[in-house]
Ligand binder design. Structure first.
Ligand SMILES: NC(=O)c1ccc[n+]([C@@H]2O[C@H](COP(=O)([O-])OP(=O)(O)OC[C@H]3O[C@@H](n4cnc5c(N)ncnc54)[C@H](OP(=O)(O)O)[C@@H]3O)[C@@H](O)[C@H]2O)c1
Length: 223
């Protein structure tokens, strides 16, 4: 049986590490390059990675890595704005551009972009993050339209609050306790709950979900 091969960015920890586990459980070969192999902040590193691996048979791409530097509008530096757009939006664009030709040739592929609820809603201090994650949904729709005729299905997921280092770094324990009270299911998501959903979108079981930005947030944004 054909073994699918996935490239998962940001696989060292958090949601990305759980996505790698979930895909491996489904029989997929998973590559999770370290930052020294693929630094999404560095366009040259991205180009080199694509050049070296575009013929490796990668037919699943999960653009999971992301950064979220929080700052009030007047304090957003040009550097933080550029870094956030580079890692969260430009890097996924380049990786889709680099790896989709191989998927098209194979006639099968899956791409999942990890966006955020702060793309469908927002919160103070997230100007660069919300902009980048909203852009990622636009990228998801356009690439979905271009690639679907070739058997390559592109979708985005928009997680709510997930128990990861990123969330702990951006919220004090008191803030996290308050946040729990605002989530209808009464708790944050575990990374594996997001990962299971991503693994489904990457699988042969997903045959008709295309170009969607699927919110998975315990009911937070339906209030
Ligand atoms: N946590 C949440 O509540 C939440 C909610 C909605 C959406 N998300 C999104 O979900 C994704 C994963 O979040 P997380 O909470 O699991 O994050 P995390 O625990 O902070 O992990 C971030 C991952 O991204 C990688 N990364 C960061 N900058 C990179 C770069 N320049 N080049 C290569 N890799 C880089 C990190 O690699 P290193 O180990 O090298 O640092 C790490 O593997 C992100 O896109 C985030 O925006 C998270």
């Amino acid at each position: 049986m054909h073994k699918h091969k996935a490239l998962v960015t940001g696989g060292s920890r958090g949601i990305g590490a759980e996505i790698a586990i979930a895909l491996r459980c489904g029989g997929v070969e998973v590559i999770t390059p370290s930052r020294s192999e693929l630094d999404l902040l560095d366009p040259v590193s991205i180009d080199r990675y694509i050049e070296a691996h575009h013929d490796d048979g990668i037919d699943i791409l999960v653009n999971n890595a992301g950064i979220n530097p929080i700052a009030a509008l007047e304090a957003v530096s040009a550097e933080d704005w550029a870094r956030t757009l580079q890692v969260n939006l430009t890097a996924p664009f380049r990786l889709i551009q680099g790896f989709s030709p191989g998927m098209k040739s194979a006639g099968w592929g899956r791409v999942v972009n990890v966006s955020s609820i702060w793309a469908v809603a927002s919160k103070g201090g997230r100007a660069s993050y919300s902009s980048a994650k909203s852009g990622l949904i636009g990228l998801t729709r356009t690439t979905a339209l271009e690639l679907a005729p070739h058997g390559v299905l592109v979708n985005a997921v928009c997680p709510g609050y997930v128990e990861t280092e990123l969330t702990r770094a951006n919220n004090t324990p008191e803030q996290l306790a308050a946040i729990r009270g605002t989530i209808p299911v009464g708790r944050l998501a575990q990374p594996e709950e997001i990962a299971r959903f991503v693994a489904f979108l990457c699988s042969t079981d997903n045959t008709y979900l295309v170009g969607q930005a699927l919110v998975i947030d315990g009911g937070f944004t339906c209030q």
